[in-house]
Ligand binder design. Structure first.
Ligand SMILES: [Zn+2]
Ligand SMILES: [Zn+2]
Ligand SMILES: [Zn+2]
Ligand SMILES: [Zn+2]
Ligand SMILES: [Zn+2]
Length: 333
């Protein structure tokens, strides 16, 4: 007689403080940031590290979690592939011959740092420790810092937020994240505003970034996000006459964002607020939005400047279209 094997579901791992879901061997809850300890509770190996108390194997020479030397008489004299309680994912990247399991931070045989390809498993890279994080995470599960990197651009974020409030643009729950690559917003995730992290995470230059530039970039990207979030607005006749057809195939990726530091309206192109605005109708809108919010929606002041710089009627109209739309969202009219 054969016994029927029952399918045993893997137990859900949840944070003891906030109940958010966890993955095994995360150092922190990605929701509330609580420090986690992965002990030998199922008694799989019968051993815990003396220092960090995480589960280890008797045969290890180093703790794969805190990296300390835990060698004793039970330690294996030779590197092994995977002792009981551990899985073999690949060989140590230093060539000691031992096997390592994701997400060990150190090789348990030679004690050197291991690295993992987080890009296959996560949506983003933590701006603090370069390990994997997902876009919805508040806290990096590895280093415990802000997973979005918003803490690195706090001043610029505060500035952008204050300006939005002063302009009385209704909030739409956007989420700003630092990402390697370019700054932009994708139509698939219109509330996620990606900010190129290089300028902020590049170590010795942190004090040198211009907060005006970052705030300008943020306002520009917020313009893209605002438009995606209010896409029906682009179908109105008035919008189309002012900005044109925004539906041209296009993925917003702003790489030349040095331009966004300019606070003045350009004098060269009579039908656009800036040179960058002339590159695509969506950029035109984002630049119009940036100026509108940076000047707190004060049209009289802006229009005086347009007059001095000989802007065409269409530029005035773009700001009026936006102004009326922003007001209609608040239920005025
Ligand atoms: Zn938690
Ligand atoms: Zn340890
Ligand atoms: Zn090794
Ligand atoms: Zn991190
Ligand atoms: Zn743009």
């Amino acid at each position: 007689m054969t016994r029927r094997r029952r399918e045993v579901p893997t137990p859900e791992l949840r944070c003891p403080r906030c109940e958010a879901e966890l993955q095994r061997f995360w150092s922190h809850c990605s929701n509330c940031g609580r420090r986690l300890e992965w002990r030998d509770t199922p008694k799989a190996t019968g051993a815990e590290c003396y220092y960090c108390r995480w589960v280890v194997s008797d045969s290890f020479a180093f703790c794969p979690w805190c990296g300390r030397d835990i060698r004793d008489r039970d330690s294996s004299p030779e590197p092994l592939k995977a002792p009981k309680g551990f899985k073999y994912d690949r060989r140590c990247r230093w060539g000691c011959g031992g096997g390592v399991m994701y997400p060990m931070a150190y090789c348990p045989w030679c004690g050197r740092r291991e690295k993992w390809r987080y890009r296959d498993r996560f949506q983003n890279i933590c701006p603090h420790c370069d390990r994997g994080v997902d876009d919805w995470m508040e806290v990096c599960p590895w280093c415990g810092e802000d997973a979005t990197g918003r803490d690195l651009i706090r001043q610029a974020l505060r500035r952008a937020r204050q300006l939005l409030v002063a302009t009385r643009v209704t909030a739409w729950n956007y989420r700003v994240l630092l990402r390697p690559g370019v700054s932009g917003v994708t139509p698939l995730t219109p509330k996620i505003i990606e900010i190129e992290r290089r300028y902020v995470t590049r170590k010795p230059r942190r004090d040198e970034i211009s907060w005006n530039l970052l705030a300008g970039l943020l306002l520009h990207e917020l313009g893209h996000s605002f438009l995606y979030h209010n896409w029906a607005f682009t179908r109105t006749g008035r919008f189309r006459r002012a900005f044109g057809e925004v539906r041209k195939a296009y993925r917003v990726a702003d790489s030349k964002w040095v331009d966004f530091e300019r606070r003045g309206v350009t004098t060269t192109l009579p039908n656009f607020v800036t040179g960058y605005a002339a590159t695509h109708p969506q950029e035109d809108f984002a630049e119009t939005f940036r100026f509108y919010v940076a000047r707190r929606g004060r049209l009289r002041e802006l229009f005086a400047e347009f007059g001095r710089k000989r802007k065409g009627v269409i530029v005035f109209e773009k700001f009026l279209v936006l102004h009326d739309y922003v007001r209609s969202l608040r239920g005025w009219r």
